[in-house]
Design a protein around this ligand. Structure first.
Ligand SMILES: Nc1ncnc2c1ncn2[C@@H]1O[C@H](COP(=O)(O)OP(=O)(O)OP(=O)(O)O)[C@@H](O)[C@H]1O
Ligand SMILES: C[C@@](O)(CCOP(=O)(O)O)CC(=O)O
Length: 513
């Protein structure tokens, strides 16, 4: 049996705030924040009259984005082939279907007579709709075509899951990790719908069911991308914000390039201890808000990772690279510790914490962050300003990480924090209430992240000041425009089961053809 009602799983996007490149090496950890922006996969049995073993996948936000697949079971092997009705290809969706169904077939078989075979569960066909929150795709053109501004309030006025009006291949993505969130939500929803895992157990972040979904999503994502990355994006999609240590590549090697007959479950099983990743729970402190800027300078360097890794392993530079990576790692861990300390302080001295955030949120950075101005709010003689000191630490460490990442960029000849981004980030750092920031993940020209103080009921909160600064930025910096995304840190953490009526706009988006 499959489930008669739709099975919906959402999975969040990600921002790697510290640990870009280093997180590719299991010796180092990355700090990854999951976003409120999510992907949703809605899986249901097809309406009466649909072809048996036919899976139809639709992405209603895009044009020409419907794919049909036929599932076969010849010789005991599951196959998934695009049917002749498909107008375009979608490798990510195709591989997710193929390997998740194979895995489900193995799990159902292992349960013996107690469970009907997968073929019986697919006789009425399956219908899948996939949608992503507006943040995953740049909304600049849409806003301007509607006479709206790239501001948080105008972005919020767009309907959820707005149609983009172009084919998927030509969309401008924002770097939130659409493919990882998509694969994670799709794989998890299929596993649940076809009863290979259980919804109640999946809800527990440490359960075997969630780990199985994680392993399957990591494997499919590696296959679809044609490479084994660190996997922090898939881990964020499944577990939410965390400190991530990658899994050793060896665990999925046996499955890459396989001919199809090899069993998946022994490798993807939640009890396979070769999955040696660590995802240690982490959240941003209260009243510290993550904001993301979609930067359009308009250049991309696809070879950044290759170039950095070449510099790191080349005989002439490896030693210096190692020293620098250890230094960066110390700062990355320091940033996570400082943020965690603030979370702890907020739980212990809530009123003082809130009062300090409120006070500092409207002081100019020169006064708050600079010790050269004598006794600052951070340096009262009785040492009582622990909250302020904690925020100061976050500021100092994130600025130091930027400096070290620039050093790495120069050494490896890669634009990790290019001068245009340095100017933009420095401008942001001069705004009252901005604590820290940087270029996410691999860096480059596409995005920035900031942590800003966000006290309750502020008349002119730092986020509004940042927005104003961004809206004026291009005038003084021709060719560099920056606009906000709606995303904050996800309160719901990782992947989760949703109800159709519980997500604004989802029912309509899924019904759209
Ligand atoms: N809404 C969607 N429906 C179906 N497939 C999608 C959708 N969005 C993305 N995809 C799939 O994900 C692929 C994009 O993956 P890619 O790895 O290039 O992006 P990404 O690096 O995750 O992007 P970003 O981090 O900028 O969001 C698309 O080619 C498509 O196969
Ligand atoms: C460079 C790297 O460490 C981070 C890439 O992150 P992003 O896709 O730029 O968010 C690569 C990886 O971790 O897989």
């Amino acid at each position: 049996m499959s489930s008669p009602s739709p099975t919906i799983v959402s999975a969040p996007g990600k921002v790697l705030v510290a640990g870009g490149y280093l997180v590719l090496d299991p010796a180092y950890r990355g700090v990854v924040v999951s976003t409120s922006s999510r992907f949703y996969s809605v899986v249901q049995d097809a309406a009466g009259g649909a072809a048996a073993n036919r899976i139809v996948v639709r992405s209603p936000q895009f044009t020409d984005a419907a794919w049909q697949y036929d599932v076969g079971f010849e010789g005991g092997l599951v196959s998934v082939e695009p049917s002749s009705g498909s107008a375009s290809k979608n490798k990510f969706v195709h591989l997710a279907l193929l390997h998740t169904l194979k895995l489900i077939a193995e799990i159902r078989e292992s349960k013996g007579a107690a469970t009907e075979p997968l073929a019986a569960a697919l006789t009425s066909g399956i219908d899948i709709a996939i949608v992503g929150d507006n943040d995953f795709y740049s909304q600049r053109e849409k806003l301007s075509s509607l006479g709206l501004q790239p501001t948080l309030s105008d972005l919020s006025s767009l309907p959820p899951f707005s149609p983009i009006g172009v084919p998927l291949a030509s969309v401008h993505k924002t770097g939130l990790g659409s493919s990882a969130a998509l694969i994670t939500s799709l794989v998890s929803a299929l596993l649940l719908h076809l009863r290979a895992i259980d919804a109640e157990r999946f809800a527990d972040g440490a359960s075997a069911d969630r780990r199985l979904a994680h392993h399957a999503a990591q494997f499919v994502h590696c296959l679809a991308q044609g490479k084994v990355g660190s996997g922090f994006d898939v881990a964020a999609a499944i577990f939410g914000s965390h400190m991530y240590k990658r899994f050793g590549e060896g665990v999925i090697r046996p499955l890459l390039g396989m001919e199809g007959a090899q069993k998946l479950y022994p490798v993807l099983s939640p009890t396979n201890t070769a999955w040696d990743y660590v995802a240690e729970s982490f959240t941003l402190p209260p009243f510290v808000r993550l904001i993301l800027g979609d930067v359009s300078i308009g250049s991309e360097t696809p070879s950044m990772v290759k170039d950095v890794l070449r510099w790191r392993s080349a005989s002439g530079t490896a030693e210096a690279a190692n020293v620098l990576w250890n230094e960066i790692n110390e700062s990355n861990q320091g940033l996570a510790n400082a943020l965690q300390k603030l979370t702890y302080l907020a739980s212990q001295i809530r009123d003082e914490y809130e009062a300090t955030v409120t006070e500092l949120s409207s002081l100019p950075p020169s006064e708050v962050w600079s010790p050269k101005h004598g006794v600052t709010p951070l340096q009262t003689p009785d040492g009582s300003r622990t909250v302020a000191a904690g925020l100061y630490e976050v500021h100092q460490i994130s600025e130091n990480i930027r400096k070290l990442m620039r050093t790495m960029g120069q050494a490896a000849k890669v634009d990790i924090e290019p001068p245009e981004q340095t100017r933009l980030l420095d401008t942001c750092m001069s705004i009252d209430g901005v604590v820290g920031g940087g270029v996410p993940g691999a860096g480059g020209y596409d995005a920035i992240w900031l942590l800003v103080l966000d006290p309750p009921a502020a008349a002119d909160p730092p986020v509004a000041r940042v927005e104003r600064a961004w809206s004026e930025y291009e005038r003084a910096n021709a060719g560099v425009s920056v606009s906000p995304l709606l995303a904050r840190e996800s309160e719901e953490q990782g992947a989760r089961v949703e109800a159709l009526g519980g997500v604004p706009g989802l029912r309509d988006a899924v019904a759209a053809r």
